[in-house]
Design a protein. Structure first.
Length: 83
């Protein structure tokens, strides 16, 4: 969706500038040898698709959450009942 795409673009822009995106798990992101914007841009130009995928791996643009219900429940969605 739009939200995830926008978040991925924001992360990509931050990474290219060697900045930690605002809502990311900052303690888990380390730049290693790509510690300047020039090095990041060069790495991006080397293979943009791989760079974007790695950015999304390090800072996932879409997260999910699940929960278990304590009791058996019926849910109606699009006119169909599910259990």
């Amino acid at each position: 969706g739009i939200g995830g795409t926008c978040a991925a673009c924001e992360s990509l822009g931050c990474f290219l500038q060697v900045k930690i995106p605002p809502e990311s798990a900052a303690k888990h992101i380390q730049w290693g040898k790509y510690n300047t914007s020039e090095k990041m841009v060069a790495k991006y130009k080397e293979d943009p698709e791989k760079y974007i995928k790695e950015t999304c791996r390090l800072d996932p643009p879409v997260t999910s959450a699940t929960a278990s219900l304590k009791e058996h429940t019926f849910v109606t969605m699009a006119g169909k009942e599910f259990s």
